[in-house]
Write a protein that binds this ligand. Sequence first.
Ligand code: PT1
Length: 281
Amino acid sequence: MIIDCAGKSLDLSRPAVMGVLNLTPDSFSGDGLLDPEAACERALAMQAAGAAVIDVGGESTRPGARRVTVAEELRRVVPVIERLARRVAVPISIDTRHGEVMRAAVQAGAGLINDIAALREPGALDAAAALGVPVILTHMQGEPGTMQQAPRYDDVVGEVMAFFDQRMAACRRAGIADDRVLLDPGFGFGKTAAHNLALLRALPRFAHFRRPLAVGLSRKSLIGDLTGAPVASRLGGSIALAVLAAERGARLLRVHDVECTIQALAILDAVQATGGGASTV
Ligand code: PT1
C-alpha cells in the first residue's frame, strides 16, 4: 500500500515511522523547537534514522494545551516546511486543525494533512478536499484543553468506529475519496488508561475500514499511568506500545524516538518473517 503525498511516496506495506517535529514552546514531550535551522537539522536526523514522514506541528494538542492563533501557528510552521521541502526527501505532514494552515503548509511543500480534529473545524474539510493530499483523521472526544477532565464512553471501540464511519462519509461528500484517508484512534485524546488499552487491544478490528491505521503513543500519559514514569523517561514504554500497535496492524507510528522505534520494528518484522532473511531457515 503506497500513499502518494503530493508527489512523494509513503510506503505503508509495512509499519513505518512518522517522526515528530514540534515547533511549539509548550510541547508535552519537552522537545519543542522554534528555530527553523535547528528544526531542519532535527528533521534530517530523523530521516537518516529511518523516518518515512516528518510531522510538523505548531500547536500543542496535549491534554490541557491552550489554542494558539492561526497567525502564530503559520509563523511557526511555514518557514520550517519551506526549508524542509528543499532539504528532506521524505514526505512532510502538517499537524493542524485549521484550514488556513493546511493551505499554507501544502503550498510550502507539505504532502499530508494530520488533523487531530478529523476535519471538524470550520473550513478544514473544504481545505483538505481542495488540496488533494492524503489526510489522517484522528478520533478525539472533546477539546485538548478539557478532554482529560472526564472522558466517558459506553463502548469506546464501537464509538471510535462509528466516528470513523461518520467522518469518512463527510469526507466523501466533500470530495475526499476513501483512498486518501488514514485513520487514527487518537490515543490520549479524551481517553482514560482503560479506554486507551481497550483501543490498543481492539486495533485488529479497525482493519474493517480497509484504510491504513496511524497511531500516536510515544511518551503519552498512558505510559505514566501504567508505570509511573515521568515524560522524560518513557522510552521503554513507547517502544513497547509501538511494537504492540504494529503487531496489531498499525502502519504509521508517530514517535519522538525514531532510531529506537525503527530498531524495534526491525525485530518485529523479522519475527513476523515478512522480510525474507531468516524466514527460509
Ligand atoms: C496522535 C497525535 C497527533 N498526538 C496523530 N497526531 C499528538 N495523528 C499530536 C498524553 O496523554 O496520537 N495522532 N498529534 C499529541 N497529543 C497528545 C495527546 C500528547 C495525549 C500527549 C498525550 O500524554
